[in-house]
Design a protein around this ligand. Structure first.
Ligand code: DLL
Length: 435
């Protein structure tokens, strides 16, 4: 047993949780049907009306929502509240074409902050903690989410944002930060930098809350040892709110999903069939409590397993495993979501054929991405300086498309192995997903 931020919610009976979800779903479906033409049309196409949805048992009748729907409805097409009721937006990383914008009312922000406060308490946080938030601030949800959660819990909050490692370490030591929130790869980098500087004795961290990208149990052990802390996982996605959709507790065996706000299902990604508890499939969320941007049966593309087995922490919310993979080809590199198709677009727009390979690696806890692309025979006969200039041009174009630096290597025509089946475009050497 432990401490909870919202004890009456986090330890509620399964019947009680089901009732909240049933009531929330019925209300949410009515709201979107009345206020969002996009939903109304989708439901009409599927032959369902709000009268058909009387509780959780009817959830399966509702159509799924995908990222493509969100793009099609961009920017305002899925809003369930007037713009004047909204106070903020956040957005996923990626290009304009791939961008998804989520809207929040003040209540939506409060609910999200509460989820993050729960995550902090589950990691042993109290109002006496000093919380260093080293996720990026801005359109990305990481910084804002943990910052809000830390305020809600009443902690002294250091809104550091990411980067500037010297300054991070200085504040961490001078202000005696006790909880650090950042991506696991940045945590590993910070740990390394702290140890290199011989400052391990000067830090007072007890816990870290790490998420936004896949990380392994080995990485957890390394970070825990290097910093002398307990490292907790946290999961979320912009579309559903941000970090804190699910969070790890003292048991460190999966993340509790905040089921008083979100309904989780796992489906077969090929057929859409809802899978029984314990089976591996694609995670689907219904964010019924959200006001501005409630999503119904949103397909996350994250593969995981759900479990309602009793947890030693006393929480009754369902647990999800770490994401075990993706049902699409999205990569997360340096915390940024990257789709191979974005890279392909850049290459084709610059006159290359679709003969390319993307190699992702992680060395010393830092991600790198290299794009190898074949030159056309004409390009190949160019002098070296021209080829170097072309590489530079692609580096710039990729940077503006993806927001991160990618190494570009122009290679000889026909030097990338042709495949007889699906082309193997991505080689991810990181092996991040386990299970
Ligand atoms: O990454 C929100 C977040 C911020 C979560 C800070 C945790 C901490 P997006 O940028 O929209 O939102 O990316 C969402 O990131 O669908 C997963 O594929 C991946 N992801 C998020 N958390 C984890 C995690 C934020 N703990 C996408 N483990 C999701 C593995 C994760 N993958």
């Amino acid at each position: 047993m432990g401490n909870y931020f919202s004890p009456e919610k986090e330890t509620a009976s399964r019947e009680q949780i089901r009732e909240w979800q049933s009531r929330g779903l019925v209300d949410c479906v009515k709201r979107v049907y009345e206020n969002v033409p996009y939903y109304r049309e989708k439901m009409q196409e599927a032959g369902v009306t709000p009268d058909d949805i009387r509780g959780l048992e009817d959830l399966h009748k509702l159509p799924f929502l995908t990222k493509d729907d969100l793009r099609e409805a961009y920017p305002y097409g899925l809003m369930a509240r007037p713009l004047s009721d909204c106070v903020r937006i956040h957005s996923t990383s990626g290009t304009t074409g791939r961008r998804v914008v989520a809207f929040y009312t003040q209540n939506d922000i409060d609910l999200w902050d509460e989820c993050c406060a729960r995550a902090l308490v589950a990691a042993g946080g109290t109002k006496d903690d000093v919380v260093q938030v080293s996720y990026g601030f801005g359109l990305f949800t990481g910084g804002a989410g943990l910052n809000g959660g830390s305020h809600k819990l009443g902690c002294l909050t250091l809104p550091m944002s990411s980067g500037n490692t010297d300054r991070q370490i200085q504040f961490m030591t001078d202000l005696q930060a006790s909880i650090i929130c950042c991506t696991p790869s940045y945590a590993a980098y910070l740990a390394e930098s702290i140890n290199e500087r011989g400052l391990r004795d000067k830090i007072h961290l007890k816990a870290g809350i790490f998420g936004a990208e896949a990380w392994t149990e080995e990485m957890r052990r390394d970070i825990e040892q290097a910093l002398g802390i307990k490292a907790y996982d946290i999961y979320g996605l912009t579309e559903i709110s941000g970090p804190g959709v699910a969070f790890e507790c003292s048991a460190q065996t999966g993340m509790h999903i905040n089921e008083d706000y979100f309904i989780a299902e796992v489906i077969n990604p090929k057929t859409g069939e809802v899978l029984p508890e314990g089976e591996k499939g694609e995670l689907v969320f219904t964010s019924f409590a959200k006001e501005a941007f409630p999503l119904i049966r949103y397909r996350t593309k994250d593969i995981c397993i759900l479990s309602r087995e009793k947890c030693s922490c006393g929480r009754t919310f369902v647990k999800m495993t770490k994401p075990l993979g993706r049902s699409d080809d999205m990569l997360i590199v340096k915390g940024v979501n990257v789709f191979p198709s974005q890279i392909e677009t850049v290459l084709l727009n610059h006159g290359y054929a679709a003969n390319y390979q993307i190699i992702v690696d992680r060395q010393k806890n830092s991600d790198s991405i290299e794009v190898r692309v074949e030159m056309t025979p004409e390009m190949f006969s160019d002098e070296l300086s021209k080829i170097t200039a072309r590489e530079k041009e692609l580096v710039g174009a990729l940077k503006s498309m993806l927001g991160i630096y990618a190494v570009v290597r122009l290679v000889e025509p026909k030097s990338i192995i042709r495949s007889e089946g699906k082309a193997v475009r991505v080689i991810d050497k990181r092996n991040l997903y386990q299970g």
